[in-house]
Design a binder for this molecule. Structure first.
Ligand code: BMA
Length: 322
């Protein structure tokens, strides 16, 4: 594996958090591209001698679309002003009313992008690219309504595996994480429940809905995945982040899952913005020393970074599992 210099900052002195914020957050501001109103819930991967990403940029008409971007260090980004124009992949080009909340993962020989695709309601769109210039759009994975489609970085038992969250058309106050298998990235089935919302007396921050966040990281003990959990308060939803460890061979089996959250809106840029009180993890980079940089959307307005170490997260999960 190529040595990857991920963005990193040590845990500040006196801070005991398992996940800590980057001191120079946010890394991408709302007006970073010429037409944007907000840039958040965006995904990055190692690419060539740096990084590439797919960014959710809502424009000033508040149309949601995804844009490609490139960076040498994972912190300073050049994001294309124009949205990605798809070409046909494994099917005729499917019309898409909007695109948001992308994820990116390298599997075998190419980068796969999943996103929430507007096709008579939100569902999961899929595309692949080799160079982040030409993107080939494939069949939608599911029927509407579905969100938060996240692929595993390798096949399991010869099949692609995707986490997702079946839901309804609007701003739903329900939703659990499922997974599905595909032999070919076109036909999806063998749908299994992975985890459900928590009960009020156990873990309030994840009682309304939960959704897969980052591409699972393969560790010696299982797949480590950061996810979002939502509480419905008298003032609306609040989105926080937790983590789960899933079984290596049967990832529908949850080994551990965080009872306390790992990151919840507390910094100004998470508390204030177009949608206050949102921390929404979408991507992570990790290196061979077990350091992790998590990219998350803050208040549906900007993109921020947080850091942690794989071994510390796993120990925390073992001691604080739901
Ligand atoms: C979800 C999606 C996310 C957004 C979140 C909080 O339903 O729309 O893109 O970050 O709500 O508003």
């Amino acid at each position: 594996m190529r040595k990857i210099n991920i963005p990193w900052e040590d845990r500040p002195e006196g801070n005991n958090d398992i996940v800590w914020r980057y001191s120079k957050n946010p890394v991408i501001g709302r007006y970073h591209t010429s037409g944007s109103n907000s840039i958040f819930n965006s995904a990055v991967v190692p690419f060539e001698d740096g990084f590439a990403g797919v960014f959710r940029c809502d424009n000033k008409s508040i149309q949601m679309d995804i844009h490609a971007g490139f960076s040498k260090d994972g912190i300073n980004w050049n994001i294309n002003d124009d949205p990605i124009e798809m070409v046909a992949g494994n099917t005729d080009l499917i019309h898409s009313e909007y695109k948001y909340d992308p994820r990116v993962v390298f599997i075998e020989d190419r980068y796969w992008i999943t996103w929430c695709n507007g096709y008579h309601g939100p569902t999961i769109g899929i595309a692949y690219t080799f160079d982040f210039k030409t993107f080939h759009q494939c069949e939608n994975a599911f029927l509407a309504f579905n969100r938060n489609g996240v692929l595993f970085p390798e096949k399991i038992d010869g099949k692609y595996v995707m986490l997702s969250r079946p839901s309804g058309p609007g701003h739903n106050n329900f939703g659990d994480i499922f997974l599905s298998y595909s032999p070919d990235m076109k036909f999806w089935g063998e749908h299994r429940i992975v985890m459900k919302v928590a009960h009020w007396n156990d873990s309030g921050w994840q009682t309304a809905k939960i959704g897969a966040g980052t591409v699972p990281i393969k560790t010696d003990e299982g797949w480590l995945m950061f996810y979002h959990g939502v509480i419905e308060t008298c003032n609306g939803f609040r989105y926080a982040m937790g983590a789960a460890l899933l079984d290596t061979q049967s990832p529908e089996k949850v080994l551990y899952r965080s009872k306390p959250y790992l990151l919840s809106p507390a910094a100004d840029y998470e508390l204030m913005g177009d949608v206050p009180n949102v921390v929404f993890p979408v991507a992570s980079l990790h290196d061979d020393e077990g350091k992790v940089a998590i990219y998350y959307g803050a208040a549906d307005t900007v993109t921020a970074l947080a850091f942690c170490r794989i071994n510390e997260v796993i120990s925390f999960l073992k001691e604080n599992s739901l």
